[in-house]
Write a protein that binds this ligand. Sequence first.
Ligand SMILES: *Cc1c(COP(=O)(O)O)cnc(C)c1O
Length: 388
Amino acid sequence: MTEAALKNKNDMTNIPFIDLNAQRARIEKEIDKAVLGAVHGGAYIMGPQVKQLEKDLAEFAGAKHCISCSSGTDSLLMFLMSQNLKQNDVVFVPDFTFIATAEVVSMVGAQTFAVDVEKDTFNLDPQELQNAVSSAKEKGLNPVGVIPVDLFGHPADYEAIKKISDEHGLWIMADSAQGFGGSLNGKKVGQWGDITSTSFFPAKPLGCYGDGGALFTDNDELADVLRSLRVHGKGTDKYDNVRVGLNARLDTVQAAILIEKLKIFPDELIARQNVADRYNNALSDDVKTPALAKGATSAWAQYTLILPGNINRADFSAKCKENGVPTAVYYPLPISRQTAYKDVNVLDHGNPVSEFLSKRVISLPMHPYLDNETQDYIIQVVKNALVS
Ligand SMILES: *Cc1c(COP(=O)(O)O)cnc(C)c1O
């Protein structure tokens, strides 16, 4: 296989990191029909497809309410806006995440506390969360909530986080921009927090053809407030404004696309798991491969390795690229190392795991349409780059 894979090298010069075209080819007719249907339908804002999608998504996630919106970032922001936070209020976020998770806390004028993560799952470390809550209280701050992230698709340790949150009266908003479709102990992502946020950015496991996002909750009152915030804080109608809100609606045409993509999503999740299994089987002797925590299933938004100390990441990535294999680094800097977040709250001992991961992680091509031949070629290139 190795020989054969290498012999086919000429066909392997243009391997996509995420292959959205393969997905489109599979459901081309359905997507075209859905898009044209939305265009001909003429209800471009909050058309019937938006309602349909919210119903489908709520059912999939096992949540009472789904509130679709304009992006993953806006979904996080909308919930925070609903909480009327003050300057002294603290929200805990993992230090190793996409910037949006922290950004929204700053946007509503509250304080961010960047908490270290676990090396095995890349997710918020519950023990460190406990320490951070104590530290915030000692500083005279008011802990109000936590935003665990399902990084790379792997659900955060919600059971442990919930214990700490209950003890200190914190709400949990799951940032499941990457984790939608995953589950923990038989419960889907979307059922674990007080509220769950996701993103339909094209490269996420369930993506549309533009920006989009959604919130999931079982809380009727909260759902009403979020629907109001989505349209300028509307009350009984959109010219009756009872709170300060946003224009944060999901476009009808994106909803129409997502309805079709959601139909094949369960099948795609299985395909992603197969791709992850094949990578793990082939590479776990050579490099630290990602493992699932007990009871967890992942949406495999990314397949992320931890390189050994003797391998220079830039060289590794260059060698892969020379052989046509794209790689990506998520994320080269923890939140607390970002210029905009140089004053963020952290524990006195810093966040050593986040620092370590930001220097060592690298992600390989991962999508449901990665065929065995291409994957075997990628594996061989990675193996070669690890020894030389
Ligand atoms: C992508 C992402 C977001 C933001 O989603 P957008 O739709 O791009 O606004 C938030 N958090 C995490 C962890 C993400 O990966």
